[in-house]
Design a protein. Structure first.
Length: 83
């Protein structure tokens, strides 16, 4: 299956791209996608993924064992400062 991953702020800088399509096996989860992203961008992205939040098809993901569907969109949101 194909997953569209979009990166924001420091995650974008660490990945070096705004978005990319990633191939995953059927039944893959958010955690599986994060593992693949760590492998694709091993230098700076893993540290950001450790504290990032994820949106799956524009809905916040709390459980990283949630299954992904073909054509889904996963947004990687690093922690933001502000108030």
């Amino acid at each position: 299956m194909t997953l569209l991953v979009r990166y924001f702020a420091s995650a974008r800088a660490a990945a070096g791209v705004e978005e990319e399509k990633v191939k995953l096996p059927e039944g893959a989860t958010v955690a599986d996608a994060a593992r693949v992203l760590r492998e694709l961008h091993p230098h700076r992205l893993p540290r950001i993924l450790d504290s990032a939040s994820f949106l799956l098809n524009e809905v916040a993901v709390r459980d990283q064992t949630r299954a992904l569907g073909d054509g889904s969109q996963l947004d990687v949101l690093p922690p933001f400062a502000g108030g």
